[in-house]
Design a binder for this molecule. Structure first.
Ligand SMILES: Cc1ncc(COP(=O)(O)O)c(C=O)c1O
Length: 473
């Protein structure tokens, strides 16, 4: 083995440590060492290599050995040799990226919690792969060629028509295809409506429920929208507190995260408020399909399609990975929302939209939702039974619908319960994580338990672990 630092910047342009080792003689070792130096980026494209004589002297090898090695690498395209400018690293001999260079040393992936009981995700292992693939195949075969050109920002008509019928049938939404704009989900809808830095379709201040998704509040704050918290009680948001805000964002079918539906009188009252003030209600219908013990709560939008923007997505019903959602708009907002979207569809993949249209029209969506509803209801029942058996002092609420429940805890115990859970590998959030920082309503201690995320085989162990970390009675 010959080690050498070839370090004259004038001759070579960079320090270069060449290690000549391995089988096959000096020539092969030098070729290997130079290739490795180029591949790793130590010899950048364009770098001039030392003349044969000086490198040979540095390495203690024959001049012809260096000449042969250079010639070989020129033939392979790693180097270029030009009269008058010497031998240089070829411009195209780009170093491989780090991940490709060291495949044997990929860092271990961060491990998730042992039991994931965070709210928010459906059972990813139940994604209907076969039915979705079939819908995708059918959609691609049936699509006209123009479908593969730039997309219409309103979304594919096929999907808007399918959703018009589906939402009327399943959620009581009253609309027509021209009032629907496809987006990539609820978060995207918020961005379109409020823009960045106040340049959106709607303006604040926006009244929001005192408990809600921090992520959405953050997104609104980033857009310069002030949010005003509305207190909650057993009938849902106290809409009588609405005042001069221009809009309110509600989860009327299933308050997120505390769990109840908005009382019928309050549903009527919020529409009256919007009419009287020329305001608008944003309806987040995030899990409207999943109801268990009570009659379905229809969409608020059905009460007044001109006062409510109804927003839904497939994030709970199918998968949050698809990034597909819809906005059902009062007529006056269609133009501004389309303008906010831009000239071409830049968010929701057109083939995915066509696949979803087929999935809905072929009945696959209904079948999947029905199957998942049964599965989640069973999980909900197992959660309730496990608590009754092992922690009967813990009250569980918000269980009539959705993919999560709230376990009410004695005052002052939430933080330590969340910590104890994390310590035992159980990931979940306390109610405090969802509380609006400015609300004055009294804080309630509780754990928000998502029962949809663990795969079926792991659910029993997750429940056992959960019961093990609850405060004693
Ligand atoms: C309260 C709430 N709204 C809306 C959504 C849907 O968000 P998106 O459509 O951006 O995935 C979720 C999560 O799925 C949610 O928890």
């Amino acid at each position: 083995m010959v080690d050498s630092w070839v370090n004259s910047a004038e001759r070579i342009g960079a320090d270069l440590h060449l290690e000549l080792s391995g089988p096959g003689g000096r020539r092969a070792a030098l070729i290997q060492a130079l290739r490795e130096a180029v591949r790793s980026g130590r010899l950048a494209p364009g770098t001039r290599l030392p003349p044969y004589r000086s490198l040979a002297a540095d390495l203690g090898v024959a001049r012809n050995t260096v000449a042969d090695a250079y010639a070989e690498l020129v033939a392979e395209g790693w180097l270029t040799a030009r009269q008058g400018s010497g031998t240089r690293v070829a411009e195209r001999a780009e170093p491989l990226r780090h991940a490709e260079r060291v495949p044997e040393k990929t860092p271990p992936r961060a491990r998730g919690p042992r039991h994931d009981l965070r709210q928010g995700t459906p059972d990813a292992s139940a994604f209907p792969r076969a039915a979705w693939s079939a819908a995708y195949r059918r959609a691609l075969q049936a699509a006209p060629s123009e479908a593969f050109g730039p997309g219409d920002p309103a979304g594919r008509r096929e999907l808007r028509e399918a959703l018009t019928d589906y939402l009327a049938r399943a959620r009581g939404v009253r609309t027509e295809p021209d009032r629907i704009v496809i987006c990539s989900g609820f978060a995207h809808a918020l961005r379109l409506l409020f823009g960045q830095g106040g340049g959106g379709v709607l303006r604040g201040p926006l009244a929001v429920e005192a408990y809600g998704l921090d992520f959405h509040r953050g997104l609104l704050a980033a857009a310069g929208v002030r949010t005003v918290p509305l207190a909650l009680d057993e009938h849902g948001a106290r809409v009588a507190e609405l005042g001069r805000e221009r809009a309110t964002l509600l989860t009327p079918a299933h308050q997120f995260p505390t769990g109840g539906p908005l009382h019928p009188e309050r549903r009527a009252a919020v529409i009256d408020w919007a009419r009287a003030r020329g305001a608008v209600v944003l309806e987040d219908d995030y899990d409207g399909e999943f109801r268990y013990d009570r009659r379905p709560v229809g969409a608020l939008q059905g009460l007044d399609p001109e006062r409510v923007i109804h927003i839904g997505s497939v994030s709970k019903s199918l998968s949050p990975a698809l990034r597909l959602g819809w906005m059902v708009l009062p007529e006056r907002y269609v133009g501004p929302v389309l303008a906010a979207k831009g000239e071409r569809e830049a968010w929701a993949s057109v083939p995915d939209q066509l696949a979803l249209a087929d999935f809905v029209l072929s009945g696959s969506y209904d079948r999947h939702v029905r199957r998942m509803r049964q599965s989640y209801r069973r999980r909900r029942d197992r959660l309730v039974a496990a608590l009754a058996a092992h922690a009967p002092h813990i009250e569980v609420t918000g269980i009539a619908a959705g993919l999560h429940a709230v376990l009410r805890l004695p005052p002052g115990t939430e933080r330590s319960a969340v910590k104890a859970a994390a310590w035992q590998g159980v990931a979940l959030d306390g109610l405090a994580a969802f509380r609006h920082p400015q609300t004055r309503m009294p804080a309630a201690d509780g754990l928000v338990v998502g029962y949809a995320t663990p795969p079926e085989h792991a659910y029993g162990a997750a429940l056992e672990a959960l019961c093990g970390v609850l405060p004693p009675g």
